[in-house]
Design a protein around this ligand. Sequence first.
Ligand code: GDP
Ligand code: CA
Length: 317
Amino acid sequence: MAPPERIVVLAGGVGASRFLQGLVRVTDPSAVTVVSNTGDDLDFLGLRVSPDIDIVIYALAGAVNPETGWGLAGDTFHVVEALQRYGYERWFNLGDRDLATALHRTRLLREGHPLHAVVADIARAWGVPCRILPMCDERVETRVATSEGELPFQEYMVRRAAEPRVLAIRFAGIEAARPAPGVLEAIAAADAILLAPSNPFVSIGPILAVPGIRDAIAGAAAVRAAVSPIIAGQAVKGPAAAMLAALGHEVSALGVARLYRGLVDVMVIDEADAHLSPAIEALGMRCAAVPTLMTDDAAKAALARATLEAARQARRP
Ligand code: GDP
Ligand code: CA
């Protein structure tokens, strides 16, 4: 039997986790390495919270809240509610059982364990069948310059509900960051590198900005495929479309493809955007138009299968 295809997935939160739920059903999960965005991480009540990593772990463990796509199914919010008595504003929704993850992570970090070891421990405890790596061990913070001044990402996204106009995005601390142990090795050994249907600016962007990661992907022997998070000119959820517009890009799968020009061999777009294929292929990449709306388990698996198929066809000789 041929060895399993080694797959690296660059991942944000909700969009990526849905894609990964499909991927593990159509390929050998033990050959999948997820490189996770940590630019969204925040300190909340003195605890380190890694929203994107936790979403991916909970989703792959079958424990994520299916309605929201984040947090744990059936979790309660007694702690954040009880804190209001002491005057705390309840703006970040950290559930009670989710809080246990943050407590554990914070304790291990304070004991001096690097983030990648902490993430491996949490993923193992949840029985996640893939390897989950943070993009780096160092602290990197996505900051959004807006019409209301510069905001840490979660303040922009959650407290301000992504309402302020985006002027620029930067990743504080990125110059000092290094790819977490295992990231460059996984990229070099991969047969396929997949950019999940995640926000290109604040989910995939920070990962590619870690010094060394973009170049490693650009120079990798693996075939590289990206899935558009934009369908028919709109984000399925979240600020991706608003960010494309605000930062001067076309709000479409073509706009996303332009961001990934020179980096990917094939762009997977929604069938509703099939008319964009010639313009995307003119960028020097292939294009596959397939159903990309991940409404249920079957749709998630079908998108993962179609993405792998498009990647195989785009494999360079
Ligand atoms: P976040 O960190 O939780 O915001 O998650 P991601 O960055 O991984 O994913 C957010 C992106 O996922 C948004 O831009 C959505 O448009 C996209 N997305 C969510 N669900 C779907 C879907 O079913 N299909 C596609 N193509 N994109 C999706
Ligand atoms: Ca995120």
